[in-house]
Design a protein around this ligand. Structure first.
Ligand SMILES: O=P(O)(O)O[C@H]1O[C@H](CO)[C@@H](O)[C@H]1O
Ligand SMILES: [Mn+2]
Ligand SMILES: [Mn+2]
Length: 409
């Protein structure tokens, strides 16, 4: 038996009851994209209503309706349903990527991460001094909150001439370092991030992220697929770790391995871009790998469209994802389950550039699945608990399974 878990990074389906504590009441990644499409306000590079026929059959529109009370614009109120569908609230205190991923693997993050919250002069001087000394740097640029593309417009040229790395953060518990792959060097950036990982540990920071880029002032600067996240380890055993400990395997595609700090991962497949991530997912699913979890993070939704507040881009990416989905079906076996979900929201119509506190969709497809509503799930932990049940692993102390133990072939 296998579980194929597809994380549509940042694809929320409507604000949770606790969204007010995050300033996110009314945010709705799916609902707002659908509304903008339906009213002709998402027409760059695409046109018309948001068209996701395959996800609709898995209950996406109804999951949105469960979360918000309102069917997303353009969705059929009575679709043919081929899956179990629901929407889940988050138990973790943050709305960041690791919290979301760890929680859906059974391990919520109830402690508070450390944050660098000052908008400018953001990082403690002693941290900056230690980095300059230990990595032998000529200084640094940034030292502020910023979107990762905006900060390149501001500092990339100066970085190239001075050799000073760009340090920045966001509302997340992150220390991000942007450097030019050629002038600064990719390996040197990774080494700097290793040092930074050690230096931010006392501040309880979840991730150090290498954000390499290429280009020049004339042709513009672009970030590359060589991003690398150095996360701390999950605070308890995830369902991935439980499966590997029991002799199964976990195939991590895209940034999944980074997010779980490599813990509970048997094999990594890197891929850059939605199509390449789909190709890798299909390749892994086509292999004979019984007793395994295949897990893919589709980061583009978040990184290229959600944070960039690019509504048309997000809609087009969803439509591409939906078009590729049917390629998965012929590769599935009778004792496989597919779970399509997310880790938080990132409503591209929302002010600012950060994540939004939202329900995630929980779409569950497989021959052994009873189609129909799973309702509102109290936490993402239900996904991890369901996987523990499915694979016959030791259960988590909380979370309610929506799966039965798989009947093997
Ligand atoms: O603006 P960029 O660099 O894409 O940063 C985004 O990516 C980081 C990690 O997900 C978050 O801090 C978020 O703000
Ligand atoms: Mn994320
Ligand atoms: Mn993000």
């Amino acid at each position: 038996m296998r579980a194929i878990i597809l994380i549509m990074d940042s694809f929320g389906v409507g604000a949770t009851p606790d969204a007010d504590t995050f300033g996110d009441t009314g945010s709705d990644t799916l609902g707002h994209i659908a509304e903008y499409c339906a009213t002709g306000r998402a027409g760059q590079g695409r046109h018309g209503p948001l068209t996701l026929p395959n996800l609709e059959q898995l209950g996406l529109g109804l999951a949105g309706q469960l979360a918000t009370g309102k069917l997303p614009a353009g969705f059929n109120p009575n679709p043919v349903i081929r899956a179990a569908y629901g929407a889940a609230k988050e138990a973790s205190s943050g709305k960041d990527t690791p919290s979301g991923h760890w929680e859906l693997a059974g391990v919520p993050v109830r402690f508070d991460w450390g944050y660098f919250s000052e908008p400018t002069d953001t990082f403690p001087q002693s941290l900056l001094d230690n980095l300059v000394r230990r990595a032998n740097l000529p200084g640094y640029l940034g030292n502020c909150h910023s979107s990762g593309t905006v900060i390149l417009d501001r500092y990339a040229q100066e970085h190239m001439t001075s050799g000073k790395p760009i340090f920045y953060t966001s509302a997340d518990s992150v220390f991000q370092i942007a450097c030019h792959e050629e002038t600064f060097g990719l390996e040197r950036l990774y080494q700097l991030c290793e040092i930074a990982r050690e230096e931010v540990d006392p501040y309880n920071i979840c991730r150090v992220i290498a954000r390499p880029f290429v280009g020049d002032a004339r042709s513009g600067f672009t970030r590359t697929g060589n991003r690398h996240d150095l996360a701390v380890e999950p605070p308890a055993d995830t369902v991935l770790k439980k499966l590997v400990d029991a002799g199964g395997s976990v195939i991590a595609i895209g940034k999944i391995s980074d997010i779980y700090a490599g813990v509970g991962i048997s094999q990594k497949m890197k891929a850059n871009g939605l199509d390449a991530l789909w190709d890798a997912t299909l390749e892994a699913t086509a292999q004979d790998n019984d007793d395994s979890i295949i897990m893919t993070n589709f980061v583009d939704f978040d990184q290229n469209y959600g944070h960039r507040r690019d509504i048309s881009g997000y809609a087009a990416a969803l439509e591409l994802f939906d078009r590729r989905l049917p390629e998965l079906y012929p590769l599935l076996r009778d004792d496989d389950v597919v779970i399509i979900t997310a880790d938080h929201g990132c409503d591209p119509t929302w002010p600012g550039s950060d994540h939004t506190r939202e329900h995630i969709p929980v779409l569950v497809y497989g021959k052994q699945i009873h189609n129909g509503s799973l309702g509102i799930r109290e936490s993402f932990i239900d996904i991890g608990q369901s996987l523990a049940t499915w694979f016959g692993l030791p259960p988590f102390s909380e979370g309610i399974s929506f799966l039965n133990k798989a009947s093997p072939r």
